[in-house]
Design a protein around this ligand. Structure first.
Ligand SMILES: *Cc1c(COP(=O)(O)O)cnc(C)c1O
Length: 498
């Protein structure tokens, strides 16, 4: 299995090299040249596998340059009881006759990024060992909150790798910030960047693309890599839980083997939903993906009109991990639905860079509409959904998950499509406790974040996720801050380069 660039500007590489590089050096993203296909019979033959066995089986399809043993070591180091507070890693909860919630937040940081970031650092260290690299790898991460902590947890104390996380000063919750700045590990650094997530992500991206700066870094014995969801090593682990959810439904007699399901994903950078799409391309029976956005509904508009248009106000919402206007992984999806037409990708992304928008052709728009449906939730919808679900089912959901549920409900109302649906739940409600409690009570909630956490525990009778309950006592270990323009200086300072 080889990997190619969405922009047609790089040679074919194996998966270890794609994971080492993170992003294609001249711009563009690595994608599998051919998505492996599994027959239904084969998929159903996995139904007695536990999460680790299933993970190893799926990874083996994509990481053909890794040995079975290497894959198994990575999987065992990631998906175990120490890291995940649920025995089956990603439990599927039945909400009602048609709706199932896939809880992806039982990992060490209480959000779904752990599903990939507990595994990815192990894949990366194996990938580094396979290459002849004499440089220390420096992982740069731009985070809207959850990725940062998940990456820090995944990489801390992993030898031969350093990690520097940049987060937008105004774009993350107090709890997210506390999680990051209290991280231990000898190889971790955290920097607050002035501005919003797009500013932060763009400046980190520009560092990757800055040849002169990279040369300087290389000369000093370092090499950059990324753990953002553009790294193939982040995407591939996310394919696993779509198979897990489907097989759970079959095993519990909720669906027949082979029956199509729908999948709803609260979406930001388009990584999670793209992994689901790859699962369907592999043969998993999925009828529709419902792409759920918050008020930053650029993807809803794109799916409905074929026009991707950045000219709009950036909004800060109670689902901050989805406050994103540039959904990086969309490029991979477009490459796939155009039959790997890198000319089109280059044209559209040049238009996006130059004019802030692009419009796909009718055929492509049709292909997209065939498999995707876009819906969005307003802030009001999101709060109402948290309250409704709590009142109807005594089940507490976080604002990101609520965006998904709200979008799904709109979809059902408009299409009358009653296909059984898995909704990805991407964060523990306690991670966004203030917004959740405020939605439940119908009023603003004062007090500090940790006080709110205890109030939410009292209100719901549930215990906060173990990753959050002892945060308050941990000492702050990181106090760096800079403007997005000064990121290079900050990196030099951290790596002690003149
Ligand atoms: C990252 C994140 C999302 C968005 O996922 P993408 O893969 O970026 O689309 C949604 N919810 C939460 C809680 C997240 O952390």
């Amino acid at each position: 299995m080889k990997y190619i660039s969405t922009r047609g500007n790089y040679g074919r590489v194996d998966s270890a090299e794609a994971i080492r590089l993170g992003m294609v050096p001249k711009g563009g993203l690595f994608v599998p040249e051919i998505v492996p296909e599994l027959s239904l019979k084969e998929i159903l033959s996995f139904k007695d596998f536990d999460y680790r066995q299933l993970a190893a089986r799926i990874l083996q399809e994509f990481l053909t340059d890794f040995t079975e043993e290497e894959i198994w070591q990575c999987v065992e180091a990631a998906y175990n009881a120490e890291n995940f507070a649920a025995p089956d890693i990603a439990p599927l909860k039945k909400l009602d006759e048609n709706t199932y919630i896939l809880e992806l937040w039982h990992g060490p940081t209480a959000a779904f990024k752990d599903m990939a970031l507990q595994l990815m650092p192990h894949l990366l260290t194996r990938a580094i060992e396979k290459g002849d690299i004499d440089k220390e790898v420096v992982i740069l991460v731009a985070t809207s909150g959850d990725t940062g902590k998940a990456a820090l947890e995944g990489f801390k104390d992993v030898d031969g790798v350093r990690i520097i996380v940049f987060y937008p000063e105004e774009g993350v919750s107090k709890i997210q910030e506390a999680q990051m700045v209290t991280t231990g590990g000898y190889n971790t650094e955290v920097v607050a960047v002035k501005g919003n997530f797009d500013d932060c992500q763009n400046s980190v991206k520009s560092v990757f693309g800055d040849r002169k700066f990279n040369q300087k870094i290389n000369n000093n014995g370092f090499r950059f890599s990324s753990a953002n969801s553009i790294n193939w090593g982040r995407l591939v682990p996310q394919i696993i839980y779509y198979f897990k959810a489907y097989l759970d439904l079959v095993n519990r007699g909720e669906i027949e083997g082979g029956e199509e399901i729908n999948v709803t994903v609260p979406t930001g950078n388009f990584g999670n939903i793209l992994a689901g799409y790859y699962a369907s391309r592999m043969g998993l029976p999925v009828k529709k993906f419902i792409c759920a956005s918050n008020e930053n509904k650029i993807l809803t508009d794109f799916i409905n009109t074929g026009k991707y248009d950045l000219e709009r106000e950036f909004r800060r919402t109670i689902s901050p991990s989805m406050d994103i206007l540039i959904s990086s992984n969309l490029e991979r999806f477009l490459f796939s639905v155009t039959g790997q037409d890198h000319k089109k990708i280059n044209k559209w992304y040049a238009e996006l860079r130059n004019n802030g928008k692009f419009v796909v052709d009718k055929t492509t728009a049709g292909e997209i509409a065939e498999i995707f449906s876009g819906r969005f939730a307003t802030e009001g919808d999101t709060k109402e959904t948290i309250k409704d679900i709590y009142e109807e089912y005594a089940y507490t959901i976080d604002p990101h998950t609520a965006v998904g549920v709200s979008a799904y409900r709109k979809y059902c109302k408009e299409t009358k499509d009653l296909t059984k649906t898995v909704i990805d739940s991407t964060a523990s409600p306690f991670k966004f406790g203030r917004a959740v409690l405020s939605a439940l009570k119908g009023k603003k909630i004062g007090g500090d974040d940790f006080e709110v956490l205890r109030q939410l525990e009292a209100e719901t009778g549930e215990n906060a996720h173990r990753a959050l309950s002892d945060l308050e006592e941990r000492p702050v270990r990181h106090e760096r801050a800079c403007s997005s323009r000064d990121i290079r200086d900050e990196i030099r300072d951290i790596l002690e380069i003149n």
